[in-house]
Design a protein around this ligand. Structure first.
Ligand SMILES: C[S@@+](CC[C@H](N)C(=O)[O-])C[C@H]1O[C@@H](n2cnc3c(N)ncnc32)[C@H](O)[C@@H]1O
Length: 383
């Protein structure tokens, strides 16, 4: 780590308890799979986080469901007649409902289906209060969020064939149709109100974003990635994510301060720890807050929200070696893959155990004998 980087927890003398994964796992009844360095839990993020010990996580990298954009198929029917297909229960984006034919109850606790933007943000704030408790004081949280439009928001029924992950019904937004809602920034401001320190608003620029049919506005080619911390001094190591210099300017003619010019050699002079093989060995410049990264490849038929390179950067800079990385909305565990590649431990939480099955393949792991089956008949999506 350079002298310019924020010093890590150990340099500050702040206690950073290093709980083993076993201790984590034994503390939580939600464990679905565990190995020495990977634990996957099934359940609502808030419930699972409540079961984890205080100050035990070094870094969080997560992409929660965006408000009203996707259905992750976590709704369940309970009670009623066993054979009923609940044909008249258009539960869509509802969190609760009842089948008029058999009386079965519908329950869905997935994030993103809240009736209003304010309720969605409130739920995220609750999860962030949990994160504040489990995070070490010097920990970092990287939050990826995309925006939503209020257009077509009043009971709009998705056409068929629509996107298979799109909800059939979308609740009313708090702005008139066609408004961009600014959900990432609304959330960031709310988290600031709760005491989080917003250190960066990284624009994740997607060069090959999905084309939009809209003809009266520009296509959206970016999402936000916020870096949030709990205190002014936190773990941050810029060196692993510096961009190497690829030009041909001699080392002696390159900037050695500031760290933002493309020709910057490093943050300090004279260069230390470098041999004389040339400028390619020099750490390079600060990557800045616009990251151009293609969207992630789908895994197991499910779209991933971000490409591997994104959590790799977050973890390399924001998690000490050997530290524990948490993703409370982990899906196919792209964050877990990045954590393993970088030698960090990983804890992933998702409501839908099907995603953990995909994650295991993704992580090159096989199932523990103790894992529950994902073939739970009550685990059915909306009709
Ligand atoms: C945008 S996806 C995350 C994708 C992930 N970054 C990946 O690499 O695949 C959001 C995930 O949050 C999960 N989810 C939704 N509501 C949840 C809740 N209340 N608690 C935990 N997970 C939830 C969904 O099942 C989905 O897998």
């Amino acid at each position: 780590m350079t002298r310019r980087a924020q010093r890590g927890p150990h340099e500050h003398g702040i206690a950073s308890p290093r709980l083993s994964m076993d201790e984590h796992a034994s503390a939580s009844p939600y464990v679905w799979h565990r190995t020495a360095d990977v634990t996957l839990c099934v359940g609502d993020a808030h419930d699972v986080l409540a079961s984890l010990p205080d100050v035990s996580v070094d870094c969080v990298v997560t992409s929660p469901p965006y408000w009203r954009l996707r259905d992750y198929g976590t709704g369940r029917w309970s009670g009623g007649e066993p054979g009923c297909l609940h044909p008249h229960a258009a539960v869509g984006m509802a969190t609760t409902g009842t089948c008029v034919d058999c009386g079965a109850g519908w329950d869905d606790v997935q994030l993103g289906r809240e009736p209003t933007a304010a309720e969605y943000i409130d739920r995220l704030r609750t999860v962030f209060a949990d994160l504040a408790r489990v995070l070490v004081p010097t920990g970092t949280v990287w939050l990826n969020l995309g925006d939503s439009y209020a257009a077509n928001s009043d009971g709009y029924r998705c056409g068929r064939p629509g996107h298979p992950g799109q909800p059939n019904y979308r609740p009313r937004a708090d702005r008139s149709d066609k408004n961009l809602l600014g959900m990432p920034w609304r959330t960031a401001f709310a988290l600031q109100d709760d005491g989080w320190i917003l250190r960066n608003a990284v624009v994740w620029h997607k060069p090959h974003a999905v084309p939009t049919p809209a003809r009266d506005r520009l296509a959206c080619h970016h999402e936000m990635l916020f870096l949030l911390v709990r205190q002014e001094r936190y773990y941050f190591d810029l060196d692993p994510i510096r961009q190497p210099y690829t030009g041909d300017r001699a080392l002696s003619r390159r900037a050695h301060r500031g760290g933002t010019k493309p020709t910057t050699a490093t943050g300090t002079w004279p260069l230390r720890g470098l041999d004389s093989t040339g400028p390619t060995r020099v750490p390079g410049r600060n990557p800045g807050d616009v990251w151009t990264l293609p969207t992630g490849a789908p895994h197991g038929g499910r779209p991933v929200s971000f490409p591997l390179e994104l959590p790799v950067r977050c973890i390399a800079a924001g998690c000490p070696p050997g530290g524990l990385v948490l993703d409370p909305f982990c899906g196919a565990s792209t964050t877990g893959l990045a954590a393993r590649q970088l030698g960090r431990r990983y804890l992933g939480i998702d409501l839908n155990p099907d995603f953990h099955g995909i994650a295991l393949a993704h992580l090159g792991l096989s199932k523990n004998a103790s894992e529950p089956s994902t073939e739970d008949p009550s685990h059915r999506g909306p009709p």
